[in-house]
Design a binder for this molecule. Sequence first.
Ligand code: DC
Length: 229
Amino acid sequence: MNDSHKIIIAIDGFSGCGKSTTAKRVAKELNYIYIDTGAMYRAVTLYFYRQEVDINNDSAIQTALQNIEIRFEYEAATQKNVTILNGEAVEDEIRQMHISERVSGVSALPAVREAMVAQQRQMGAGKGIVMDGRDIGTNVFPNAELKVFMQADVQIRAERRQKELQAKGQEVALQKIADNLSERDHLDSTRIQNPLRKAEDAHIIDTTHLTIEEQSQQIVDLALAVESN
Ligand code: DC
């Protein structure tokens, strides 16, 4: 299929449903570019944490945002896309619990959202992208040709996340992970600016009983159907 049929695929949903793993597979299958918007909010959170930016001080936030440059780079050794914050690979650090615990607070700040959304729209301008997050189908690309909303039972999500962390050598109690997921779901869904919600025209995929392969294939099938229209 030639590039003119390429579309924008927006994947939103609750924390820990497998959005990014699925989005990566879909992008690979369709030869699309994958953009992890959660990683962008996590990188901003890491910067704020390290620089001790006061999230109640608007001018400190503005100054910080002007000093943040985020991009994604392909790392040949691991065959993975890594998040680069001001020239430094921060992929592992942004996934740690101390960042997960702070990211919903930072990503609720209107100035942070405006800056990230502007970058995300630029990144997706060329089509042929799979972007995952919380407000992609509702706000970043409300005209995306394909929108998916992912959900799953919180206990299953916590178990999957625990395994991921264990694979990286991080031992975190299941309840702590479940509490973090529930708290982020609540904060992300109730914030004032661009809260997490299903776009009216999004396809719901409940991943509780699905494998990554199955959920990826469902999205690829939907995408191919839209592409060929
Ligand atoms: O996808 P993730 O769990 O890595 O995202 C981390 C946090 O970033 C999530 O709890 C809410 C925030 N986020 C957001 O507000 N908007 C997005 N488009 C993506 C993530």
